[in-house]
Design a protein around this ligand. Sequence first.
Ligand SMILES: Nc1ncnc2c1ncn2[C@@H]1O[C@H](COP(=O)(O)OP(=O)(O)O)[C@@H](O)[C@H]1O
Ligand SMILES: [Mg+2]
Length: 207
Amino acid sequence: MSKITETIEAVARMILREKDYLTELDAKIGDGDHGINMARGFEAVLDALDELDHPENPRLVLHTVGTAILESVGGAAGPLYGTAFLSAAKVCAEDERLSVSSVDRLLGAAIAGIEKRGHAQRGDKTMLDVLIPVHECFTSPYADGRTLYECLADANQAANEGVEYTKTIAARKGRASYLGERSIGYEDPGAVSSMLMFRAAYQFLNR
Ligand SMILES: Nc1ncnc2c1ncn2[C@@H]1O[C@H](COP(=O)(O)OP(=O)(O)O)[C@@H](O)[C@H]1O
Ligand SMILES: [Mg+2]
């Protein structure tokens, strides 16, 4: 099994564990289904990875994850996360290894996929407010001369700060945008799920 497969399994366990928390957050500024959606998606991911013939092939793994999420989750975030994994698969080699430059490339493609499908940008109070600053920790010039583990630690911090930032701004995309200024003061649920996914990956790789 590749490290990428094991990392995704750690991410799935985190999402299943935090299902109720994500749903509570979405109940405050959305429709209270984000945890349910994410848990359904990652249960499908674990089932699909179980049945995979080549779990050592990260390109195939990412493609399988994206497809499992797209096929199992409705709402806004499911298709966006599904697209993110499929977009990352497209730029992933069959023998890809985790490194600063591979995370830079895969996360860059994932974000571009989310932006293309969701037409959101940084500052709209979405998952992108976590994913973009996380990605920056792996890009040049910031990442130059830093090890993978240094970048992961910085990105973990950036993910937490991204969630805090979403509390200070009004939602401009998705259901929370119906609340306008009244969404200020609350974390964006998708930003929190992105942060938790990244935290799970960080903790798993740093163990
Ligand atoms: N256009 C978009 N681009 C990026 N992320 C988005 C967009 N719309 C919504 N989101 C993310 O999706 C999250 C909500 O997901 P979820 O509750 O599962 O779906 P729904 O909003 O359909 O109920 C939001 O917190 C936000 O982070
Ligand atoms: Mg919702």
